[in-house]
Ligand binder design. Structure first.
Ligand code: ZN
Length: 304
């Protein structure tokens, strides 16, 4: 059995699900303000949009464009759509906030986002309706990839602690303890992501996500680590979605295993890239010619 977090890039490639890039939905809808990169990803946070579940596959793009308009509009005033990823009811996974495919861009949320998370939002209302099989499968695979990428321990019962940056549930400066796969309601006063999904988060996802990771690691990790070349000679910055950060860890000359994932080194690498994102400024706002929103997004409606 290969130990978690000792992943090399080829294993991450196997774990990574198909994700539609932001360019597939965001034509004419760029971020309208600066974006920041998360210092350290401690957990993965699941939302739902609390919008109708009756959308067709062809309507997904319009739905996402609607969420963008509300999130960047006067009510929320966020710089981009709140989340890092969407998962639709057909199992489609979409990059949401710009840059999320390559780095942990900091998100926003109703009630305040105290950070340290990657935000994945299910399109639809899961108060009573369960996820479709395809959707749950995609969410599981997405969380498996993200947790391996950012070194989050997803084993059942695992918790993480951090100091809140402030929400209506956890005032700024308070110590938060949370499961490493959590729901928005764990962070803010909200019913998001709906009871039907929250139950899955608590009782199924930690086991399923960890199992997907473990299977992939066992199958694809190098079996002769002694001959594995350290990855330190690779360029530190690449513009694809591979974990650029993975080349940064300090190499133990006599190590007989793959490189461990070192959170600090990752953060450092991310900080460099983050500067690029932060430089983004408001532009092209008037080129928006998309349809009206029709959005019933949870981040708009359930602030209390
Ligand atoms: Zn939410």
């Amino acid at each position: 059995m290969v130990e978690l977090f000792q992943t090399d890039a080829s294993v991450l490639d196997k774990l990574k699900p198909t994700i539609r890039p932001r360019s597939d939905w965001a034509e004419g809808l760029p971020p309208v303000g600066p974006l920041e990169v998360e210092d350290e990803v401690r957990f993965l946070l699941v939302h739902h949009t609390a919008s109708p579940n009756t959308y067709s596959e062809n309507e997904v793009v319009d739905q996402i464009r609607g969420f963008y308009r509300f999130h960047t509009g006067p009510t929320k005033g966020w710089p981009d759509v709140a989340y890092n990823f969407f998962v639709d009811r057909f199992g489609g996974i979409w990059e949401a906030r710009e840059g999320s495919l390559t780095q942990p861009v900091r998100g926003d949320a109703t009630g305040g986002s105290q950070g340290f998370a990657v935000l994945c939002s299910l399109i639809g209302d899961y108060t009573e309706t369960p996820m479709s099989d395809a959707q749950q499968q995609s969410l599981t695979q997405l969380l498996a990839w993200l947790s391996e990428l950012y070194g989050v321990d997803t084993k059942p019962g695992t918790q993480t602690n951090f100091i809140s940056r402030g929400s209506n549930k956890w005032p700024e400066g308070s110590e938060v303890a949370t499961a490493t796969i959590a729901g928005h309601r764990d962070m803010s006063q909200t019913s998001c992501p709906g009871d039907a999904v929250y139950d899955v988060i608590q009782n199924q996802l930690p086991t399923e996500v960890t199992s997907v990771r473990q299977r992939t690691l066992d199958q694809f990790s190098p079996t002769t680590p002694e001959t594995t070349q350290p990855e330190i000679s690779k360029p530190t910055l690449q513009l694809d979605d591979r974990p650029i950060l993975r080349s940064a860890p300090v190499v133990q000359p006599n190590s007989s295993t793959s490189l461990p994932l070192v959170a600090g080194a990752i953060s450092a690498a991310l900080g460099i890239v983050g500067g690029l994102v932060a430089m983004r400024t408001r532009r092209n706002r008037n080129t928006d010619t998309g349809q009206p929103t029709g959005s019933d997004d949870e981040e708009n409606q359930k602030s209390g």
